[in-house]
Design a protein around this ligand. Structure first.
Ligand code: FAD
Length: 1004
């Protein structure tokens, strides 16, 4: 127990001892630098060469990442040349000459490829201890002989199918069963085999829980837990049987709450409650770590059996920082290195003070952090055997030896596995070793002096200057998606689903000129997940109602178009604010009415908010007239609204698309008749509500739900409609375009049509692609929301050499997707929208069976009576010209097409009437460039999924038969709704003209 000392005395003593220890250990270390005759010296040279130049480092790590996928010398040399092309002048001369002289299939090229491969292998072998069972055995024997304990980690945690998850579990079981009898024969080593509480298992493994199921989904803790727990239990039983220890690693932040929860719940079960050979990781780079640790302490006291805590800083710093920046989420990790170091020391004390419950394992290569832990333990009277030091294989080995010699138990975290699945691990280690902030780099490469290295992190605090957050540039910022890994978000969503359920059965009238109108005819809105469930009835407009709505819009136009753009923009911001306030309710309606799973429904609301905010911002820019004056002449160029816009929207983005088209019309000063799709009329009624609530004057937006065939012709044909903005199928889009061009004599303006139509979008998978990412990217693009997005992937074009591997992984991973009702948070593939859609998709599946090979048909027979379900279907051996490869299906049907080489893949990708989205998974810079230039599509996505366009970042829309080339959420979109006008004034009177520049100054 802690002695009674004042905390400042204690701190001073710890600090004093930390420095003493640091100096002592440093003294040992200085004598052990590697020499030129050791392999490591060469690795260090290569790494320090990379560190000398950030651009070389990036290219080098990217090259290392792709290397295991390259099977021929030619391909290695080609990639080397492509990767280092742009940074050629930064390379040492020998490397430059090698690259310049070598032709891919020359003798020199072959030598260069061999050299690259052997260097990368050697580098990998420094951090990854091998791949075969023999190598595992050899390594653990060697570690033992060097007086180190071990914990084994099997690489390949990125499981994407249940088959892979099952195989991964089995490897762990085999590993434990194989090791246990072997290590039992070792002679006793008290330093490694005993701690203050008794005997320690020699077999020790570390595992990532996400690898125990293919659908580790923080949005669905219950479903994920149900998948992970049985496998975790099997592992625990195995560990108990073979006297092995099991440690749960910590991964990215979004997995943390669920990982902790699964760990706690399982180990609280009667069967495992007394098992003490378990532990988990706490990451000190998280401000939340202290609370997590306190929660664990409370829990473990209740459990009454201690656990181990491996305290680390954390391996995902770059990832967390980048991803949260990308998503506009709060960054969950400290941004200053000293803050992580200081937190590490703080948590060290918490652990030591509670070491009987939370047995400390200090995982670090930082001499200061470790010296502090040892010093603190000493001052708190915690014996060395009560804690241990852990380090990664291949990192800080000299330190590890010194600590072992000083009598500490040092455990080496030792990863095993093949190079391809091990790449993520290797790149993480390379990054860590070369990061500017890394202790290892600073101490061994940068030769920072000991005084600085051993400085108390809080002293850095005094000299640190906080980086200011990046300034907003143009006032627009994407609305963050909901983080469903947070319990609070899930609770809100569940509550909204319940509340909305209570509102089923209501009636929704038309709204014309601010007046609610009930019609005799109605549309019953149904839940596609549960087809017998009626959500409510919506009035169905007649042609006469359409005339009234157009008339109301026409009459509202003069005053609305003259309303200051600034005010119009404010209305949009108000609508957005109301959407934010009601975001869960709106998402819940989308779940029920359109069968969208949670994240997709949330994305729909977020995009709607973004449209409001972005177009408001854009309009403020457009509202400034542009001047082009010369002495004696003033020229001003500005925009005017067009008139009445008929907005005809689809059901698949029931809120986002309808909002986008409506608010773009509004903010530009046009008035609107809003005609939603029949299937999503209630969500549309909610939007009308929001617009009305925001105080938009009567008549400016009129709500006209109804059957397309009845009101459509009136809206498109009316002489009083100046513009039609449509999103939907190609057939309807072309028909609107045609009928709008048929000019009525009463018409005062040529009609403008914006038509956003379908797609037959392809993803190319190159032979050097990261297949984990490619499979997940294709699945996400093809099957999320049951493929019912115009941006969805319906063709995947795969290079011949990887075709079979890719297809087998794709099929297994697709089988593992959960199909079910949209309100279930575990669902990935929900229902299709209605019976008609279902029948149409089934017809295509029949055609596919004639044209190609059906490689997968996910069964949904158990849901057949519930809703409109069609499981994912994958066809292989598809000829690129056949019907399923040419026509838009709008459902979860994917065609796999084989291509001989990358050029042929591009030709196939371009060979449809559409040009909406396209994607490429490749790690060849030259191929990616080719794709940029040659793929014909409005939105091209490289190395990611092809759906989920974000406002401003990815202006969305296609051309050819996919649309007219307008881009929603982009800088040119609002111009479609405006007519430009130029006014020229002759300001010269009798040879005299005012000074234009002076006037401008005055205005400012
Ligand atoms: C045995 C062992 C097991 C591990 N298991 C896990 C695990 O399960 N999960 C996990 O996430 N990590 C784990 N790690 C930690 C991780 O892999 C790194 O090795 C560790 O974070 C490096 O810290 P350090 O103390 O050795 O080095 P240092 O050089 O002192 O610290 C580097 C660390 O500081 C943090 N950092 C870097 N820059 C900044 C900055 N600008 N602001 C704030 N913080 C910054 C990062 O966490 C970085 O890794 C483990 C480490 C060991 C030794």
């Amino acid at each position: 127990m802690a002695r009674k000392k004042s905390s400042s005395d204690l701190n001073q003593q710890i600090e004093h001892r930390t420095r003493e220890l640091g100096e002592q250990i440093w003294g040992h270390l200085e004598r052990r630098e590697p020499t030129m005759f050791e392999k490591r010296w060469w690795d260090d040279r290569i790494l320090s060469w990379a560190m000398a130049d950030e651009s070389v480092k990036v290219q080098m790590f990217r090259f290392v990442d792709v290397l295991p996928m390259l099977s021929s010398h030619e391909s290695i040399v080609r990639h080397l040349q492509e990767y280092f092309e742009d940074v050629r002048k930064h390379l040492p001369w020998a490397a430059r000459i090698g690259l310049e002289l070598s032709q891919p299939n020359s003798v020199l090229g072959r030598a260069l490829a061999l050299n690259a491969r052997s260097n990368a292998r050697r580098m990998a072998s420094r951090f990854i201890a091998g791949s075969s069972v023999e190598e595992v055995h050899y390594t653990v024997d060697r570690l033992r002989s060097e007086n180190f304990a071990f914990t084994l980690d099997l690489l390949g945690e990125a499981v994407i199918s249940e088959v892979e998850a099952e195989a991964y579990l089995q490897s762990y079981l085999d590993l434990i069963a194989g090791l246990a009898p072997r290590v039992k024969k070792w002679s006793e080593n008290v330093q490694l085999d005993w701690d203050s509480q008794g005997h320690l298992p020699r077999t020790n493994v570390s595992i990532k829980l996400s690898a125990l199921c293919s659908q580790f989904k923080p949005t669905d803790p219950v479903g994920t837990m149900a998948a992970v727990q049985p496998r975790l239990r099997t592992l625990l039983r195995h560990a108990m049987k073979y006297d092995a220890y099991l440690h749960v690693d910590m991964e990215q932040n979004s997995y943390k709450p669920l990982t902790l929860e699964i760990f706690k719940q399982t180990l609280m079960e009667k069967e495992f409650r007394d098992f003490d050979n378990v532990g988990i990781v706490i990451q000190a780079y998280q401000p939340a770590a202290e609370q997590d640790l306190k929660d664990l302490l409370k829990w473990v006291k209740k459990r009454k059996t201690p656990i181990w805590i491996r305290l680390v800083k954390g391996a995902y710093w770059d990832y967390e920082t980048i991803v949260s920046g990308y998503r506009n989420w709060p960054i969950p990790v400290f941004q200053e290195k000293w803050e992580s170091d200081a937190n590490y020391e703080k948590l060290t004390i918490v652990l030591l003070e509670n070491h009987q419950w939370l047995r400390p394992a200090f995982g670090s290569h930082n001499l200061r952090s470790l010296a502090h832990a040892i010093a603190a333990a000493h001052e708190l009277d915690v014996p060395p055997s009560a804690y241990e030091i852990q380090m990664l294989y291949g990192m800080g080995k000299e330190q590890a030896q010194v600590f072992a010699e000083l009598g500490h138990r040092v455990r080496i975290y030792t990863p095993f596995g093949e190079l391809i699945p091990g790449m993520a691990y290797l790149v993480r280690r390379l990054l860590e070793n070369t990061s500017n902030d890394s202790f290892l780099r600073q101490s061994f490469t940068e030769h920072v002096n000991l005084e600085t290295l051993m400085m108390n992190p809080s002293e850095h605090a005094k000299s640190a200057t906080k980086q200011k957050p990046a300034e907003e540039t143009d006032g627009f910022r994407n609305e963050p998606l909901t983080d469903f890994s947070l319990e609070e978000s899930r609770t809100k969503m569940l509550a909204a689903l319940e509340e909305v359920e209570d509102q089923f059965g209501k009636e929704y009238p038309l709204l014309i000129n601010g007046r609610a109108i009930d019609t005799k005819a109605t549309i019953t809105s149904r839940n596609p997940s549960h087809m017998t469930e009626s959500l409510g009835t919506v009035s169905s407009a007649s042609a006469d109602d359409a005339i009234d709505a157009i008339d109301a819009a026409r009459r509202a136009f003069p005053s609305w178009s003259r309303t200051e753009p600034q005010y119009r923009a404010e209305y949009l911001e108000l609508i957005a604010a109301n959407m934010r306030r009601r975001r869960f309710e709106l998402a819940a309606w989308i779940v029920y009415e359109c069968g969208k799973p949670w994240e997709e429904a949330d994305g729909d609301v977020v995009e709607a908010i973004d449209f409001c905010m972005y177009y408001a911002n854009q309009m403020r820019h457009l509202a400034h007239p542009q001047h082009c004056d010369v002495p004696g002449e003033e020229n001003v160029y500005f925009y005017r609204a067009r008139g009445t816009v008929a907005v005809i929207a689809p059901w698949n983005f029931p809120l986002a698309i309808l909002t986008g088209m409506t608010v773009a019309s509004l903010v530009t000063g046009n008035t609107v008749v809003m005609k939603p799709a029949e299937q999503s009329s209630i969500v549309a009624a909610k939007l009308m509500d929001l617009i009305h609530e925001s105080g938009v004057p009567d008549g400016v937006v009129n709500f006209l739900p109804g059957i397309g065939e009845e009101v459509g012709p009136e809206l498109v044909g009316s002489p009083d409609v100046e513009m039609i903005t449509f999103t939907g199928s190609r057939d309807v889009g072309l028909a609107i375009n045609e009928s709008a061009s048929d000019t009525d004599t009463r018409q005062k303006m040529v009609k403008r049509v914006i038509a956003e139509m379908g797609g037959k979008n392809a993803i190319i998978v190159d032979d050097d692609a990261d297949l984990d990412e490619a499979v997940l990217g294709v699945i996400h693009s093809a099957f999320n929301y049951a493929g019912q997005k115009c941006s969805a992937c319906s063709r995947v074009i795969v290079l011949e050499s990887i075709h079979d591997t890719f297809v087998s992984r794709l099929v297994e991973a697709t089988k593992s997707l959960k199909i079910g009702p949209a309100e279930d948070p575990g669902t990935v593939v929900g229902p299709v929208i209605d019976e008609e859609a279902k029948q149409r998709i089934l017809e295509y599946i029949e055609i596919g069976k004639e044209e190609a090979t059906l490689a997968l048909a996910c069964d949904t027979s158990d849901l057949a009576d519930e809703g409109y379900y069609i499981g994912p279907h994958i066809f292989t051996d598809v000829d690129s010209t056949c019907q399923i490869a040419q026509e838009e299906i709008f459902g979860p049907v994917l065609s796999v097409i084989k291509a001989e080489d990358f050029d042929e893949a591009i030709t196939i990708a371009n060979d449809t009437p559409y040009a909406l989205t396209a994607g490429v998974f490749s790690r060849s810079p030259a191929h990616l460039n080719k794709a940029r230039m040659e793929i014909v599509a409005g939105n091209i996505y490289l190395n990611r999924n092809i759906t989920g366009a974000m406002v401003e970042r990815h202006p969305f829309g296609g051309f050819k038969m996919s649309g007219i080339g307008s881009k929603t959420g982009g800088p040119d979109y609002l111009l479609q709704f405006l007519v430009p006008v130029n006014v020229t004034e002759n300001t010269m009177r009798r040879g005299f003209a005012p000074d234009a520049a002076a006037e401008d100054d005055e205005e400012e």
